[in-house]
Design a protein around this ligand. Structure first.
Ligand code: PRP
Length: 216
C-alpha cells in the first residue's frame, strides 16, 4: 500500500475536519492544533497528516507534496485550482463571502454614480472578478487580515471578506451590502496521486464521502 499524506491547516476548519476524518477511520496521534510537529502520524498505518497554512494547502497538493488536503472554496478560488481534483464538498466551514462597509457609507449612491471604489481584501482575485462582473471600477488594496479595520480608518471604502456569525462586522459597526457567494471546505486531491495511489486513495475518498453524508 502506498502511504497517503493529507494537508490540513489549523483553526476553525480543522475542528470540523477531524470528526469527519475520524468517521472515515483516520485519527492523528497528536492534536494538530496544539502540536508543534508539522508531520503527524495517524492511527492508520498508511495515512499521515502535514500541518500547513490554510492558503498553502492547494500548493502542497498541486505539487504532490501532499496527496490530498482540505481547503476552503475561498482559498481554492484565490489559488486558481490548477492541477487539483475536487471530488468532495465537505459541507464544513460554511460562511459567506460579502462586500461590507461602514453603516454610514452611501453604498447605493456610490454604485449609482458609478464612482470608483477602493476595496481592501485578502481575496484579490474573488474581489476583482466580482466587481468586474458588476462593471464597477475598483482599486484593490491587498491585506493579510483584520480587513474590518480598513473602512474605519480610511484605508478603503469597502472590504471583501468572509462572514460567519456576523459578530465581527457588528462589533465594528460595519454592514454587508452585497453577497458574493457561499463558501464551504472541499477535499482536494492531486490527480497523479489518485491514479498512482488509487488502492489507498479511493477507499479514503469514499469513506470521507460517507462520513460527510452521515455527519452533515
Ligand atoms: C474571518 C473573517 C472575519 C471573521 C468573520 O476571519 O475574515 O474577520 O472570520 O467571522 P464572524 O462573522 O463569525 O465574526 P478569521 O477568524 O478566519 O481570521 P482571518 O482574519 O485570518 O481570516
Amino acid at each position: 500500500m502506498s502511504a497517503l499524506t493529507l494537508a490540513l491547516s489549523k483553526g476553525r476548519i480543522l475542528d470540523e475536519t477531524l470528526p469527519l476524518l475520524a468517521a472515515a477511520g483516520v485519527v492523528p496521534l497528536e492534536d494538530p492544533e496544539s502540536s508543534r510537529k508539522l508531520i503527524l502520524p495517524t492511527n492508520h498505518p498508511d495515512v499521515r497528516v502535514v500541518v500547513v497554512r490554510a492558503s498553502d494547502v492547494p500548493t502542497y497538493v498541486q505539487y504532490g507534496a501532499a496527496d490530498a488536503g482540505v481547503a476552503g472554496k475561498d482559498v481554492l478560488l484565490e489559488h486558481g485550482g490548477d492541477g487539483l481534483y475536487q471530488p468532495l464538498d465537505l459541507g464544513i466551514g460554511r460562511c459567506r463571502m460579502v462586500v461590507a462597509t461602514r453603516r454610514t457609507f452611501d453604498w447605493q449612491g456610490t454604485v449609482q454614480r458609478g464612482a470608483r471604489v477602493r476595496v481592501a481584501t485578502k481575496y484579490v482575485r474573488i474581489a476583482r472578478e466580482h466587481f468586474a462582473r458588476k462593471g464597477m471600477h475598483v482599486d484593490i488594496v491587498k491585506l493579510y487580515g483584520s480587513m474590518e479595520l480598513a473602512p474605519l480608518v480610511g484605508l478603503a471604502d469597502v472590504i471583501v471578506d468572509l462572514v460567519s456569525t456576523g459578530n465581527t462586522l457588528r462589533a465594528n459597526d460595519l454592514v454587508a451590502v452585497d453577497d458574493i457567494m457561499p463558501i464551504s471546505s472541499r477535499l482536494i486531491v492531486n490527480p497523479a496521486a489518485l491514479k498512482i495511489k488509487h488502492a489507498t486513495m479511493q477507499p479514503f475518498v469514499d469513506a470521507l464521502r460517507h462520513s460527510t453524508q452521515v455527519t452533515t
